[in-house]
Design a protein around this ligand. Structure first.
Ligand code: KIV
Length: 271
């Protein structure tokens, strides 16, 4: 529901219909009201309040430290800025793995306290019980397979996943398990394009890729990366649509000079 009480235009059902008619899904992250408002008005279909907030909003090296309270804080701000897009919130590390009751409690807090539309969870068969329990409460779940950053300490690296046959076979099996459980979409992160295309063709639900090539049903990027606010992260899959880092730095240095030179404020900028 939007703040005005109207059902948002993009629903989980609408995403499946988009897949069926071959219309690609555009997804971006947002973590605050002002950015979400711009992202929504520009026509993005799904806004992800990603746990990448840990990196780009809080300066942590991994996504592990962000808490459920922090995710709820970001999601509430985002929801207030969105009228059209479906808002999905990441369940952070430690709030759903290993205990399905804890998982349900975490998802219920997100839905009740933020008014978002769905949650996203990383993993396949190993988190199935948690996925099922959340779905059974009527909460839509988006899956996330391939490079799952919450497992960085298991992987040891952020490099491409599922290049070997055994891991690719497990990913395909996990994708079917998540679809059969009732997930409405699955993010496929940093896997070979051929594998992502195969999974996308086999599934009825949409796949959203990040570093997974063009054969998926939609794309997602971290908004700070695609706008060029971050400039220390340049994976091959990232297309930068702006260089806001330079725009912001130049504007701020000009402001500093103007203040120091007593050029700001001028006569017209005062009362
Ligand atoms: O947290 C996030 O931003 C994500 C996307 C990279 C898919 O999970």
């Amino acid at each position: 529901m939007s703040v005005a009480g109207a059902v948002r235009a993009v629903t989980t059902l609408r995403l499946t219909e988009m897949k069926q008619r071959g219309e690609k899904i555009a997804m971006l992250t947002s973590y605050d009201y002002s950015t979400a408002k711009i992202v929504d008005a520009a026509g993005v279909d799904v806004i992800l309040v990603g746990d990448s907030a840990a990196n780009v909003m809080h300066g942590y090296e991994s996504t592990l430290p962000i808490t459920l309270d922090m995710m709820i804080y970001h999601a509430r701000s985002v929801v207030r800025g969105v009228n059209r897009a479906l808002v999905v919130v990441d369940l952070p590390f430690g709030t759903y793995q290993g205990n399905s009751k804890v998982a349900l409690d975490s998802a219920v807090r997100i839905m009740k306290e933020t008014e978002a539309d769905a949650v996203k969870m990383e993993g396949g068969e190993e988190i199935l019980e948690s996925v099922q329990r959340i779905l059974s409460a009527g909460i839509p779940v988006m899956g996330h397979l391939g490079l799952t950053p919450q497992s960085i300490h298991k992987f040891g690296t952020y490099s491409v996943r599922a290049k070997e046959e055994a891991e690719a076979a497990k990913l395909i099996s996990d994708a079917h398990i998540l679809e059969d459980a009732g997930c409405f979409a699955i993010v496929l992160e940093k896997i070979p394009a051929t594998l992502a295309e195969k999974v996308s063709k086999e599934l009825r639900i949409p796949t959203i890729g990040i570093g997974a090539g063009g054969g998926v049903d939609g794309q997602v990027l971290v908004v700070h990366d695609m706008l060029g606010i971050t400039n220390d992260f340049s994976p091959r899959f990232l297309r930068r649509y702006a260089d806001l880092n330079s725009v912001m730095s130049n504007a701020i240095s000009n402001y500093v000079s103007d203040v120091k030179n007593q050029d700001f404020p001028n006569e017209k900028e005062q009362y």
